[in-house]
Design a protein around this ligand. Structure first.
Ligand code: 4AD
Ligand code: MG
Length: 454
């Protein structure tokens, strides 16, 4: 910097404070980016700040005025030579008036500990960086689809249908749950739940607007306590009329590429942090995946690979066999050892997939497409939908699904039915993948998981 130094005011929270003879250095952060701004106080020039500085601790909020000057210190271009300091909100480092001391002192905290204080953990470098990436990606999701002529559709949160047929739903009721429940007397006059997916409703609007996408919360009462499952998560579900499975796979691949490129371009500083502190090699991996085509493979071929690996060294906990659902160890093996990159698996056995997927000519497999990525496993699940009324009815009968409940859905096959396809991307899994964070609970502001309402 040269010429006049600008006088400015900054506001934020104290990260650290260091004293050196007559000088005090305060690192300030307002959460807008990872880097702090260093504010230097010369106590001989600003003696009235000394009293505030003497008790100022990490976490306090302050307003500082001063001049922005080139910094002599390494690692920062500029700093602020402070002329005044106002304490906005104290954050005592010791117990005060019965309140515990501010818990986020200088030392590094475990992510487990931070989960217990979701109201404060956003102030840490890690969670702050995660939430900035999350925000940038949420905006990118809309840009991607809007630029391609997709309409943003709001699907209901409260629903009567189990879109995935997996039965893992949270019940919504206003009945007194103490006795036997008569749902005809319930709020909607019938059973209702929190949605597991907006897909079925999106299909209806794809048959009206051609291209739609949803981006909203989904709820699953799965009792799986894994680092990649939440009870409440956000899902992006595009649904496209006249799309076959190949088109759907191309869209999913373009979409993931776009998300990775956006993160690399717009969140460079935060990604460098994750690369340094969370997942070494992260940026290189994201760059190479953003630039390469995803490998495509059938479930049957993938199972062949897994069975051969089992025969060679039997190193899985679950023995793979045709017809079984892939365990995360299998997904890991395929993406990290066999393909060494993302893979789109197609042609799953119909028994392990939802009722709405289009049956292949073999009568055994469906036009499903799951995108699996290294480190994480499944990031996207999707399919071409069964658009034929008879075939869909038959499948629903086989599964014992109450067709009365889905009569509205069957209408889409009765009137102007078209081939159509879609997929769902778990937004938190995307953020996990991009940041390298190991646990999905650390990429959403307030995680909800089995047994834990943080
Ligand atoms: O594979 P799923 O269950 O597919 C559907 O819900 C379809 N209706 C999507 C569609 O075709 N429109 O879920 C889609 C994705 C998964 O691949 C995963 O990324 C994420 O949603 N997901 C979860 N994320 C966090 N916690 C959970 N419990 C999740 N369950 C699924
Ligand atoms: Mg799935």
């Amino acid at each position: 910097m040269s010429g006049d130094c600008r006088e400015l005011q900054v506001r934020g929270w104290v990260k650290t404070k260091r004293d050196m003879k007559n000088m005090v250095f305060v690192d300030l952060n307002d959460g807008s980016c990872l880097r702090n701004i260093q504010c230097t106080f010369d106590l001989s020039l600003a003696p009235d700040t000394a009293a505030i500085l003497s008790t100022l601790g990490t976490g306090a909020s302050v307003e500082i005025c001063g001049k922005l000057v080139p910094s002599p210190a390494r690692g920062q271009e500029v700093e602020i030579t402070a002329s005044s300091l106002r304490l906005v909100g104290d954050a005592p480092g010791e117990e005060k008036n019965g309140a515990a001391p501010y818990p986020l002192q200088k030392k590094r905290h475990s992510l487990e500990f931070l989960r217990e204080i979701p109201q404060l953990r956003g102030r840490t470098n890690t969670l702050g960086a995660v939430m900035r990436v999350r925000s940038a990606l949420a905006f990118a999701v809309h840009r991607f689809f809007q630029d391609r002529g997709y309409q943003y559709l709001h699907t209901p949160v409260i629903t009567g249908s189990d879109a995935e047929g997996a039965g893992a739903m949270f019940r919504v009721t206003t009945l007194d749950t103490a006795g036997a429940l008569d749902y005809t007397k319930d709020f909607f006059g019938r059973e209702s739940f929190l949605t597991v997916s907006g897909q079925l409703e999106a299909e209806a609007y794809a048959a009206a607007l051609s291209r739609v996408y949803t981006f909203g919360p989904a709820f699953r009462a799965e009792n799986s306590f894994t680092p990649r499952h939440l009870a409440e998560f956000w899902m992006i579900e595009p649904e496209t009329a006249f799309f076959h499975l190949e088109d759907n796979m191309d869209l999913a691949e373009d979409f993931l590429h776009y998300c990775l490129k956006t993160a690399l371009d717009q969140c460079a500083e935060d990604l460098e942090f994750f690369d340094r502190r969370v997942e070494p090699g992260l940026i290189g991996a994201l760059q190479s995946i953003a630039a390469s085509r995803f490998f495509r493979m059938t479930y049957t071929d993938a199972m062949g690979e897994l069975e051969r690996a089992w025969a060679r060294h039997g190193s899985f906990e679950f023995k793979p066999h045709w017809g079984c659902d892939l365990q995360s160890e299998h997904e890991k093996f395929l993406t990290e050892e066999v393909i060494r990159g993302p893979v789109i698996l197609t042609g799953y056995p119909k028994e392990i997939k939802a009722f709405y997927m289009k049956l292949n000519e073999d009568g055994k497999t469906v036009r499903a497409m799951d995108v699996l990525v290294p480190r994480l496993g499944e990031i996207i699940g999707g399919s071409e939908r069964e658009e034929n009324l008879e075939a869909l009815s038959r499948r629903m009968d086989e599964l014992g699904i109450n067709k009365e409940r889905y009569n509205w859905y069957l209408d889409l096959r009765r009137y102007g039915s078209v081939p159509h396809s879609g997929f769902g991307l778990g937004f938190e899994r995307l953020i996990q993948y991009i940041t390298g964070m190991a646990n999905i609970r650390d990429v959403i502001p307030y995680p909800r998981a089995a047994g834990q309402l943080y």
